[in-house]
Design a protein around this ligand. Sequence first.
Ligand SMILES: O=C(O)C(=O)C[C@]1(C(=O)O)C=C[C@@H](O)C=C1
Length: 162
Amino acid sequence: APASPGLLPVASLAADRLATADLVAAAKWGTDSPIDDPAREQQVLDTVAAQAQQIGADPDEIRAVFRDQIEANKTVQRALFRRWTAHPDEAPTTKPDLGVVRQTINRINTGLVTALADTTPERSSAGCRPDLALAVVEVHHEKHPDLLHTAALVRSLASVCR
Ligand SMILES: O=C(O)C(=O)C[C@]1(C(=O)O)C=C[C@@H](O)C=C1
């Protein structure tokens, strides 16, 4: 049986967003830019809350989901920094432009706000948790993220069901 078509876009976009953590970490590695950037976080949260309001979704609910997206993203970045510190041969050799990566993140954010707004009734139904679990399995199967990213994906979806 197909995994919940409703929540699949939510899980899929969250996975795409987490995939950007590798690029963000590579952009920051060996620079003075810290993993935590509270000003950028505020900007992300304010933007998605405004987008939610525009399309009739609950801004506080969307904010909560994105706080989890950001925490999960930082989990991946910190794990990569630890890995690259312990194994310098695994550290990235090219440095992506953080501004360009953030444009990608912005696009994913907009898609995720829409996917969340589109699943409002489903996300408050009793079937939400099992459907979300199926969607995670489906995403794992399709995109084959590693264990670090799959664990972060589960973490990033903590507030999706209401
Ligand atoms: O844009 C960054 O610098 C990121 O590290 C990404 C991100 C996010 O998930 O949006 C995560 C941590 C930072 O505190 C700010 C934003």
